[in-house]
Design a protein around this ligand. Structure first.
Ligand code: T1G
Length: 697
């Protein structure tokens, strides 16, 4: 028997206890142990078998670390079939999260019981694959086609109560999984209950699968796993036998397992967890966080305050005037109402958060007790300096002083205080109570426990926190400026903003760069261009058409016009008919004869620009690891998760091909396309960005 499964016999019941912390993943030792346990139970004269997990959960799924390696016997599909075929009555007792292969083991058992807090689901689509151990065949047999399709294609787990209603489990009982499982198994034996194999149940009802397939593909923006998983459910309904359905599931599973999308999504899964685990923070205790100050109650400040309130912090909102403070409170209340509507908080909690946890202030002295203050005032160095000088005067010793600047030099901001070690950048993304990304910007003198406090705050607010160093735009906006410049260059040379947006949504981005610019506000980029104008190199190609739009008062969605025209009440916009003339005038000024671009060339150039800048960001230490860049783009910039992030994408595409293209583009514009030294080094050494991730985690 393997160590991962403990075997005992209690009366007529053989008990198989999974002992594979932290989540009882179904690695090879667990699979071996389950197989041996079933065999031993049958040899021992047991009449029933109970399967459950020690620790925090029943099996949370296959061991994802084994993906891409040769499957060691016994494979999970065979194991599930073997469990189901046992002549003994097999009972699974679930707690924690019975996910993926975990739920598949439970579905192969003959009876299922769970504690009320247990959750179960088939989240494989989020890893770029589909349930591959009979889940697509057994779940629709117990829950019906529609309910199964919903769970399998969304990957959404459900609570035990809902699973009971859907017929996925037989009973929900309070208690310890071992005790309730033993009692249930004994009860079944006493009642003379029969074995009940899901595989023997009739095939579920078919629906119009072709229509559903197209809808799923479109909804996934090119993500293949939900639509492919649907095809496996189709086989459950239409195949000649259960075995034929299982065979089809296996073929489709292997197709996805061998896909680049699986590589991208598994990279996202592990990177999402690794991103906040910085070697330098090991053993460093964060400072206490209970009272937070927020300066500035505009969209950003109100969003930050909302996120802090929702995670149980007390917030003091500082504004310039009583009217502005009241307006800030209204914004926060509006955000919190949204949380009430989505069922995240109750009406009573809403009252408590807005009236007790939130304090309005117009005087800096009200921030004297704050553990951390984050400013979200106007993006201008002189304004930031006034704020930090005041904070330095009033804040208690040890308070963390944070700026939400998107571009400005955090070292310069820190230098205007007498405590630069307490100053840090906390770059939230708007709307801050919704967007998952937080860049924790570490300045030269920021002390390590202040960095730990930034990460601790990110965790409390349920953010994905990424460490960034100081440079113009930090990780995300710096890379954005570069790929946006690449898009502008392609427009000067002949592409249109609409073709570029279409090509990039075709690649999987949530939005193209011009639709994003309209959403963010064109005035933001305009201000940044004006700020950088004096430092620009004469060789840089700078288009004028984006400035022209702003000079005419068009700032995107907020003014109703930008690259697109927005009609009130309608989602999305239509191309602004004035834009082509602005672009043509710009080309004429520069004596450019426009040429055609294919969508493939647009995407390739855009991605090469992104990867090249990202490699510079890593090479300069602004991001510590390639995965930090990948998570920044995924959680803050709409990069398709199924591609893993720009540097994972680059690894998959092949770094040598990317470098060769950059060198070819450099023949047209050797200023913009200067290859990143790190990219050149990796190509020369035959290494990948993932190699760097492994070496630095
Ligand atoms: N395999 C390997 N490691 C896993 C793992 C798994 N399935 N699940 C979690 N871990 C690691 C994780 O990396 C972390 O490690 C630690 O466990 C704690 O996780 C045939 C093909 C279970 C809800 O997709 O959703 O079954 O960072 O920090 O917040 O069809 O982990 O500490 O080193 O996330 O309490 C399907 C994935 C697999 C479930 C727990 N199953 N896991 O959340 O802790 S595919 C999943 C989760 C499959 C079959 C197929 C969550 C969780 P470290 P954590 P948590």
């Amino acid at each position: 028997m393997s160590n991962a499964i403990k075997y005992e016999k209690i009366g007529d019941i053989a008990v198989l206890t999974a002992q594979n912390p932290p989540v009882n993943a179904l690695g090879v030792d667990v699979r071996k142990g389950l197989l041996a346990g079933i065999q031993q139970a049958e040899n021992d004269g047991a009449k029933a078998v109970l399967i459950y997990g020690d620790g925090r959960t029943y099996f949370a799924g296959a061991d994802i670390r084994e993906f891409g390696k040769p499957m060691l016997d016994p494979g999970l599909p065979d194991l599930c079939n073997r469990i189901e075929a046992s002549p003994l009555i097999v009972v699974s007792s679930m707690h924690g999260t019975a996910l993926g292969g975990g739920l598949e083991v439970a579905l192969s058992s003959h009876y299922r019981i769970a504690v009320p807090s247990a959750k179960m689901g088939l989240p494989e689509v989020h890893l770029g694959i589909l349930p591959g151990a009979g889940g697509t065949q057994r779940l629709p047999r117990v829950a019906g086609t529609e309910a199964a399709l919903d769970m399998i294609t969304s990957g959404r787990p459900i609570k035990a109560g809902e699973a009971l209603e859907k017929g996925i489990i037989d009973r929900v009982t309070e208690g310890e999984p071992r005790e309730i499982g033993l009692a249930y198994a004994q009860e079944l034996l006493d009642a003379g209950a029969a074995r009940r194999a899901v595989g023997d149940m009739p095939a579920p009802e078919a629906i119009d699968f072709d229509v559903r397939y197209e809808t799923l593909l479109k909804k996934g923006r090119g993500q293949l796993s939900p639509a492919t998983a649907m095809r496996a459910v189709q086989a459950a309904c239409e195949a000649d036998s259960f075995e034929a359905g299982i065979k089809r599931e296996r073929e489709l599973f292997m197709e996805l397992m061998n896909s680049d999308q699986r590589l991208g999504m598994v990279h996202a899964f592990f990177s999402e967890r690794a991103v906040s685990k910085l070697p330098e923070l090991k053993g460093v205790a964060p400072r206490a966080l209970a009272d937070i100050g927020v300066i500035g109650g505009g969209t950003m400040g109100a969003g930050i305050a909302t996120a802090a309130l929702l995670s149980g912090l007390s917030v003091t909102m500082l504004e310039m005037t009583d009217e502005a403070a009241t307006a800030a409170k209204d914004r926060i209340a509006g955000n919190l109402q949204g949380a009430v509507k989505r069922g995240k908080i109750s009406a009573d909690q809403f009252e408590a958060l807005t009236n007790q946890s939130l304090t309005l202030a117009t005087d800096y002295t009200s921030l004297a007790n704050a553990d951390l203050v984050v400013e979200a005032v106007f993006e201008e160095m002189s304004v930031k300096k006034i704020v930090f000088t005041q904070l330095d005067e009033v804040c208690k010793p040890g308070a963390v002083l944070a700026t939400n600047t998107s571009y400005l030099d955090v070292n310069e901001i820190a230098a205007c205080t007498k405590r630069p070690e307490d100053v840090i950048g906390l770059h939230f993304f708007s709307p801050a109570h919704v967007m998952k990304l937080l860049e924790v910007v570490v300045a030269d003198k920021t002390s390590i426990d202040v960095v730990a406090t930034g990460f601790a705050l990110g965790k409390m607010l349920n953010k994905i926190s990424v460490r960034a160093g100081v440079c113009d735009g930090f990780i995300g906006n710096r890379i954005l400026s570069t790929y946006r410049a690449c898009a502008d260059h392609m427009i000067l040379d002949g592409a249109s903003p609409y073709q570029i947006d279409k090509a990039l949504t075709g690649f999987g981005f949530a939005m193209g760069p011009f639709a994003v610019a309209d959403l963010a506000g064109l005035d933001i980029g305009w201000a940044s261009r004006k700020r950088l104008a004096p430092t620009r190199d004469a060789r840089e190609r700078v288009p004028s058409f984006p400035d022209k739009l702003c000079e005419d008062g068009h700032f995107g969605q907020k003014t109703g016009k930008g690259y697109y025209v927005y009609e009130a009440g309608k989602r999305g916009g239509t191309p602004n008919p004035d834009v082509p003339a602005l672009i043509e005038a710009n080309r004429a000024e520069l004596a450019i004869t426009p040429r055609d671009f294919t969508d493939a060339e647009i995407t390739r150039r855009y991605m090469c620009a992104m990867v090249n800048e990202a490699a510079k960001v890593v090479g300069e230490g602004i991001a510590q690891r390639p995965l930090d860049v990948d998570m920044t783009l995924l959680f803050g910039y709409g990069f398709p998760r199924y591609r893993g992030g720009p540097l994972k994408w680059a690894d998959i595409e092949g770094l040598d091909g990317i470098l060769a293209d950059i060198m070819a583009y450099a023949k047209e514009d050797d200023y913009f396309w200067q290859p990143a030294p790190l990219l050149q080094q990796l190509v020369a050494e035959g290494r990948t960005f993932d190699d760097l991730n492994r070496e630095n985690s």
